[in-house]
Design a protein around this ligand. Structure first.
Ligand code: E4P
Length: 315
């Protein structure tokens, strides 16, 4: 089968030695390790690897994250995502403060925000300042729709983000698989949702990239490429396996067998009235009235987990 090889690969890690290893492996196999994603769990793990047993103040932990990110930037040529520290009570203003700071670290650093109401509010402010974002902890089509619609409203009013890349959306595949749902359906349906906005702007289609995340296996990678996902982030174990395969072996992967017992996620179609929303006020009204439901139990669970992991390195 003819596959379009435009999907870029990202390593999901906070470990510098893994970046060097996977970059070399990719190059040996005529591929490229393009970017990086990190999160509080990965940074806490990296801190444990390099500064065994050390406990950090909140500021030291943030500085450690910055140092790690700046080292990763030297290894990969593309985007490096760094997450704001947010728990379930963190307000948009606090995320904005951190996001502004993170954005100063390097031109290629993208600010990761949780996909919650406060996270979206932070996205509004940062987007107006042309700070690039990666919406993370995405588990539902309504969340994908909300981010696309938000970007559409912003793009229409303020123009494209004018950065090296458009903003990213990160659907989490493996964590949906873990609860018995076919996580790749979310990515595949999400690509269709994104297309709903392709002809809505006179000058240009909606500029936003799908970043398939929480990848566990080569089958996820193969399905992502077939769905034309722009970006895939995966742990070293999955990328190692993928880069070691020949093109024939990649083409022969049966990417559906593993999912046969997983529950399909049917395509969610937005109501016409939702598609017509074209300003911030109506957008937030639709969210608050739950006409667009951006809540998902795994988003909350993900925030709690990140906070717990982050706390393992805090004094
Ligand atoms: C990416 O941005 C995420 O941090 C990551 O893919 C989460 O993966 P996990 O579900 O394996 O923790």
């Amino acid at each position: 089968m003819d596959i379009v090889h435009s999907t870029k690969f990202i390593l999901d890690s906070g470990d510098l030695s893994e970046y060097r290893k996977i970059k070399d492996l990719a190059e040996k196999n005529d591929a490229q390790l393009w970017g990086a994603t990190t999160n509080p769990s990965l940074i806490a793990k990296a801190a444990g690897l390099t500064e065994k047993g050390k406990k950090f103040t909140q500021k030291e932990a943030f500085d450690f994250q910055k140092e790690t990110i700046l080292e990763i930037v030297k290894i990969v040529p593309g985007a490096v995502s760094a997450e704001v520290y947010a728990d379930l009570t963190t307000k948009a203003e606090e995320m904005v403060k951190q996001g502004r700071e993170i954005a100063t670290w390097h031109q290629r650093v993208v600010v990761k925000l949780p996909t919650t109401l406060e996270g979206l509010k932070a996205r509004t402010t940062l987007r107006k300042e042309k700070i690039n974002t990666n919406n993370t902890l995405v588990f539902s089509q309504q969340q994908i729709f909300a981010i696309c619609l938000h970007e559409h409203i912003m793009q229409k009013k303020y123009g494209p983000i004018d950065d090296l890349w458009p903003p990213f959306i990160s659907p989490f595949v493996g964590r949906l698989d873990d609860i018995g749902e076919d996580g790749m359906d979310l990515v595949e349906n999400g690509m269709k949702i994104k297309k709903l906005f392709s002809h809505t702007l006179p000058a240009s289609p909606l500029a936003i990239w799908m970043l398939e995340a929480s990848v566990r296996k080569v089958e996820h990678i193969r399905r992502g490429i077939l769905a034309h996902t722009e970006l895939i982030t995966a742990p070293a174990s999955a990328l190692e396996q993928w880069f070691a395969l020949t093109q024939d072996e990649k083409d022969q992967i049966d990417s559906t067998v593993y999912a046969k017992d997983l529950q399909k996620i049917p395509y969610w179609t937005p109501d016409d009235n939702l598609l017509k929303i074209d300003n911030e006020e109506d957008f937030y009204q639709a969210i608050e009235a739950q006409k667009i439901d951006i809540t998902h139990p795994l988003t909350e669970k993900g925030i709690v987990r990140f906070v717990e992991d982050w706390k393992t390195i805090l004094k």
